[in-house]
Design a protein around this ligand. Structure first.
Ligand SMILES: [Zn+2]
Length: 154
């Protein structure tokens, strides 16, 4: 089940979506009227399946049709996966920042780190090494670069 928290500041609404999107959710009813700019915080979206994706695109393409400025930020790995798979997933919006998975080379712990897409060069992705929060070992990117960052080249 998905939870929606919203905050309006002048012409900007920030939507915090959390949970798993695995059924048709009436986002339009949950959110209500929207201002000219909508920012979507995707940090807490843990999964989304094909039914959820359909509802998501229906809702956000409706906002796109109203010329809403859409920005998706703090995109979880589940969301980044969909952005890569489905070319119109963000419905004309901008992906501002994404979480990137890392794994410790020593204790195998999995970590995530937030990056601004503007700081990532699609032609030469250069990710820093992270220090594992558990053992201070070296943590490295833990996915397939060509796939995880493919949306940047669109
Ligand atoms: Zn470690």
């Amino acid at each position: 089940m998905i939870k929606v928290a919203k905050e309006v500041n002048g012409n900007v609404m920030t939507l915090r979506l959390s949970g798993s999107i695995e059924e048709s959710v009436a986002l339009d009813e949950m959110v209500g009227p929207t201002p000219p700019e909508v920012r979507v915080d995707c940090k807490e979206i843990t999964r989304i399946n094909s039914v959820g994706v359909k509802g998501w695109i229906k809702y956000f393409s409706g906002l796109q049709a109203k010329n809403t400025k859409l920005t998706f930020f703090q995109c979880s790995t589940a969301i980044v996966e969909q952005v890569n798979l489905i070319s119109n997933f963000v419905c004309g919006g901008t992906v501002e920042s994404i979480y990137v998975p890392f794994a410790c080379t020593n204790c195998k712990a999995e970590l995530i780190a937030l990056f601004k897409t503007a700081d990532l060069n699609p032609d030469a992705i250069q990710l820093p090494e992270l220090k594992c929060t558990k053992c201070s070992g070296k943590a490295v990117f833990d996915d397939i670069e060509e796939e995880y960052f493919s949306f940047l080249s669109r």
